[in-house]
Design a protein around this ligand. Structure first.
Ligand code: GAP
Length: 509
């Protein structure tokens, strides 16, 4: 497994060099945990969003989409619980004046213990060679057992502190573990305090009596408050879903993981409204459906796993994450939550408006239960980028970097390249480009040697390179080079559309 820092360095510089992601406001030294998507990044991001939208809205008769505003009435966030409970426990170092998430300081400490165990295992592997039995070693070696026991004790204390929100105990734990500030190296800590993660701003001028409003920390509430609007105007019958993609904002304190944890990010969420009592069935259904969506991109199943939550938020009666194996380990990519009737009940209470559904089959009205699927678009982007990024040594000793992106998500589907920029080849290449561009995003390039152009398109994940040469003018054929195998086929120009369409077809529909 790659070290987190090395991985982020590699991916960040590739993403920048090839126009995928730039630091926000870079000329002013950037804004922490905020990023801009470049010319290739925006294509990849749009393709992920479209692939999700098609799967959720286009392929499900009973799911419709909306696009609600980022600003919402402030009471929405009171009702949802975000004003009172959307907090992180933070601690400041008095010498460096740096602020940290208390739980992350302890988790980093736990990660160091895990590293020590891994080092012991590696040392032993070298010592015993072929005959090394890792399972036996980690269950019998005294030093490993000691590390494991430390790890377990600290994890249990952390879990209990988080559960009971015992802030003084948090500070005691950090002090007892001797955790130092990575900047100042000192143990001079403040008390642990809860900080709300929502960004707030003022709406209206102060003279008018401006009111404090929030930038939404999740898109879901825009769906809940529109439940009746959509149900009535769309004549939707339960069970049905409402999907939405859009920006969300959180004042994240740990902000060193590139686009894994951002302060401004995008979510793709779907709330599925069901009869009370049927929610756990639907929860299972959506867990499976969402996993199928991920697998339809052709990425090995071993890269994904479910993590069922044992500790549930107060509004949930079941919750799981779909975790993806990033190069720095399995991490949350998507959440599937059975949120009961918590949100609609809360909005009913705070707004004083009845939010119910009359079920004609049961001849009764009720507040529907909700199963939610929620995936971070930027996090999915990072999953795809990190999975796809491949350094290869070729037979001739040279190296290439290739992004093995699922073709349906690739920013550019095909590059059309005249072998040389003369003899009528550019004109022919443009003719091909124009015939394909209504269906696929293709690019024309004539600068540099053909080898360099292939490498550039490998580096942004273009599945096909179409090369126009002198033979093209005689027999209407081109070479079609496959990104991953680098094999070249001679095909008729009339066949190109079929080849590209076949390549970008999802595995399930
Ligand atoms: N409505 C439910 C909800 O917002 P969440 O687990 O807080 O649940 C859902 O967020 C998904 O949004 C996560 O699985 C993750 O992919 C993404 N996400 C959350 N915070 C993020 C952040 N700071 N930066 C990037 N993505 C984030």
């Amino acid at each position: 497994m790659m070290n987190q820092d090395d991985f982020f360095k590699k991916i960040t510089s590739h993403a920048k060099e090839y126009g995928f992601i730039f630091q926000s406001s870079e000329i002013y030294d950037g804004l922490s945990a905020v990023y801009d998507y470049g010319q290739n990044g925006v294509e990849l991001k749009n393709n992920i969003r479209r692939y999700w939208w098609q799967a959720m809205v286009q392929f499900n008769e009973n799911i419709v989409g909306i696009d609600s505003a980022i600003f919402m009435h402030p009471t929405v966030w009171k009702a949802s619980g975000h004003v009172d409970a959307f907090n992180d426990p933070l601690i400041d170092n008095k010498d460096s004046k740096k602020r940290y998430r208390a739980d992350v300081l302890v988790e980093d400490f736990l990660a160091k213990i895990e590293d020590k165990i891994a080092k012991e295992v590696e040392k032993a592997r070298k010592r015993f060679g072929e005959s090394f039995d890792e399972q036996q070693f980690v269950t019998t070696n005294a030093r490993v057992l000691e590390y494991r026991s430390q790890h377990e004790t600290i994890s249990k204390r952390l879990y209990s502190i988080m559960e009971t929100n015992d802030l003084p105990a948090f500070k005691t734990l950090i002090e007892e573990l001797g955790i130092v500030c990575p900047i100042s190296g000192s143990r001079n800590w403040t008390d642990v305090r809860q900080f709300n993660l929502m960004f707030s701003t003022q709406m209206g001028s102060t003279a008018d009596g401006a009111s404090e409003i929030y930038l939404r920390p999740e898109t879901a509430q825009g769906i809940f408050v529109n439940f009746l609007n959509v149900q009535k105007t769309g004549r939707m019958k339960i069970p049905f879903g409402i999907a939405q993609t859009g920006k969300a904002f959180r004042n994240e304190i740990v902000a060193r993981q590139f686009i894994f944890r951002m302060r401004e990010f995008e979510q793709m969420e779907m709330q599925f409204f069901v009869r009370p009592g049927e929610e756990l069935q639907w929860y299972e259904h959506w867990k499976q459906e969402r996993m199928k969506w991920h697998l339809s991109l052709g990425i090995p199943a071993s890269k994904y796993r479910f993590h069922n939550h044992e500790k549930l938020a107060h509004y949930a009666n079941a919750a799981a994450d779909i975790e993806f194996e990033f190069p720095f380990g399995f991490k949350e990519l998507e959440g599937i939550h059975s949120r009961t009737d918590f949100d609609l009940e809360a909005h009913q209470k705070y707004s004083g408006k009845k939010i119910q559904y009359f079920d004609p089959e049961l001849n009764q009205s009720y507040v529907p239960y909700v199963v939610e699927t929620s995936i971070g678009l930027d996090r999915m982007f990072l999953a795809m980028l990190s999975y796809a990024y491949t350094e290869e040594r070729l037979d001739d000793g040279s190296e290439r970097v290739v992004l093995k992106l699922p073709p349906v998500l690739a920013p550019v589907k095909a590059a059309v390249l005249p072998l040389v920029a003369k003899d009528g080849l550019p004109e022919k290449a443009r003719e091909i480009l124009h015939s394909l561009r209504y269906d696929f995003y293709c690019q024309y390039e004539e600068k540099d040697s053909i080898g360099k152009r292939y490498r550039r398109h490998d580096a942004i994940g273009t599945p096909y390179c179409i090369t126009v040469d002198h033979q093209t003018l005689d027999d209407n054929t081109v070479t079609l080079r496959d990104r991953d195998s680098m094999l070249q086929d001679r095909v008729n120009i009339n066949e190109l559309r079929r080849y590209i369409a076949e390549k970008i077809k999802p595995l399930v529909g």
